[in-house]
Design a protein. Structure first.
Length: 399
């Protein structure tokens, strides 16, 4: 890193200049230009440098900042700029030697200190521009979360959403203007929230409670978590499929013939660094996949409407591929030619024809074949008997 970067990202709290450490004060005193949102600029009324308001949307400010390259510039950000803040976006657009960062305590640290919650065991999410459903996998009685939301209206939306999912008993701790003279903490529940005079910025502490459905941590979620028309990889088969796909942090999945999107949704739930593309030819099913992803917090999924292999062009390359529908010799051959060596492929077959195809493919290209036969106990008159499902043959291999 350069000894004297031209750009300094300074974290500012609601206490304004009183909370600034010496290094941040020196950077502001030496700055020719201070750039930041109007709220942050207002927190530092004593600035003598030229002020530039960061425009909305945020991306529009980056060209303005680039045009200032070489001058002594300070950009103001909330608290810790690299924890759900603007720091990481700015850092992606400038060389490491051009900038330095001077963080302040994050809103999460301040909130945990106010509430007495151990931060290492508390879910922390920034939901300013992210869907509330990103919180869905974390809804479980006894779990605690700190979430940053855009304004008071978002707090009301959050409370309604929690109540609708059966978590209306969740304790809400609404923390406004944290760390400054306007700070206020009020306690209620999601179901009984009855005030709307909520000042920005706002952090909400959630102490989860209620009888709503909890998403399991293991693969193989109940089928009724997903909207579907019968075209779904059923729960036990899905668990075995996810095991064969073996997701690893940072990987991307192609889910071909995605049906309800259940495999992609569960893939994404394994780790926050995973991503997925669901490919589905049927428009109604593609819409259903999007709805399932939105409802279950799988917003890192892209849905492509079209048939493989034609729909595979220009997609981000995968590290794993699942073929749940549309299996054919032409598709397997295309994937074998298209994919990078080391890509894992899993295909499920139900019909005799597709089973025979996988048997031939395994003989020619290796991998493993697994025949899955399942039966469930069902009423049989006044007694019970086993009702067998169609067997599934699963091929898994590595390109």
């Amino acid at each position: 890193m350069a000894e004297d970067p031209w750009l300094t990202i300074v974290g500012v709290g609601e206490d304004g200049p009183d909370g600034l450490p010496p290094a941040s004060r020196l950077a502001l005193e030496a700055a020719e230009i201070v750039m930041g949102p109007p709220r942050h600029l207002a927190l530092l009324p004593g600035i003598t440098a030229e002020r530039i308001e960061w425009p909305v949307p945020f991306a529009d400010g980056l060209p303005v900042l680039r045009a200032l390259r070489g001058r002594r510039v300070v950009v103001l950000a909330s608290g810790d700029p690299f924890w759900f803040g603007a720091g990481s976006v700015i850092a992606r657009h400038f060389a490491p030697g051009e900038w330095q960062a001077l963080p302040a305590p994050s809103a999460f640290s301040l909130a945990a200190a106010r509430l007495g919650w151990p931060l290492e065991r508390t879910v922390c999410l920034g939901l300013h521009a992210a869907p509330i459903a990103r919180l869905r996998p974390h809804l479980a009685p006894g779990l605690r979360a700190l979430v940053l939301v855009r304004d008071g209206a978002a707090v009301l939306e959050l409370a309604r959403w929690l109540t609708g999912l059966g978590f209306g008993e969740t304790k809400l701790l609404v923390i406004e203007a944290l760390g400054g003279p306007r700070e206020r903490v009020r306690q209620t529940t999601a179901a009984t929230l009855d005030f709307d005079d909520i000042a920005h910025p706002v952090c909400v502490g959630l102490d989860m409670a209620g009888a709503g459905a909890v998403i399991p941590l293991a693969s193989g979620w109940p089928d009724d978590f997903f909207e579907h028309d019968g075209q779904i990889t059923k729960r036990p088969i899905r668990a075995l499929t996810l095991s064969a796909l073996a997701p690893r942090p940072g990987e991307h999945l192609w889910d071909i013939g995605a049906g309800s999107g259940s495999v992609s949704v569960e893939w994404l739930a394994c780790h926050t660094a995973l991503s997925a593309t669901a490919i589905e030819a049927d428009p109604a099913r593609a819409a259903r996949i999007r709805a399932n992803a939105d409802r279950l917090g799988a917003d890192r999924m892209r849905v492509v409407e079209g048939a493989a292999p034609q729909a595979l062009h220009d997609l981000d390359p995968p590290q794993a591929v699942f073929i749940g529908g549309g299996l054919s010799g032409a598709l397997l051959a295309d994937l074998w030619a298209r994919l990078a060596p080391g890509t894992r492929i899993v295909a499920n077959a139900v019909t005799l024809e597709s089973e025979a195809l996988l048997a031939r493919w395994q003989a020619d290209h290796g991998g493993s074949l697994l025949r899955i036969e399942l039966a469930e106990a069902q009423p049989l008159g006044r007694r019970r008997g086993w009702r067998a499902a169609y067997p599934v043959v699963q091929w898994s291999g590595v390109r």
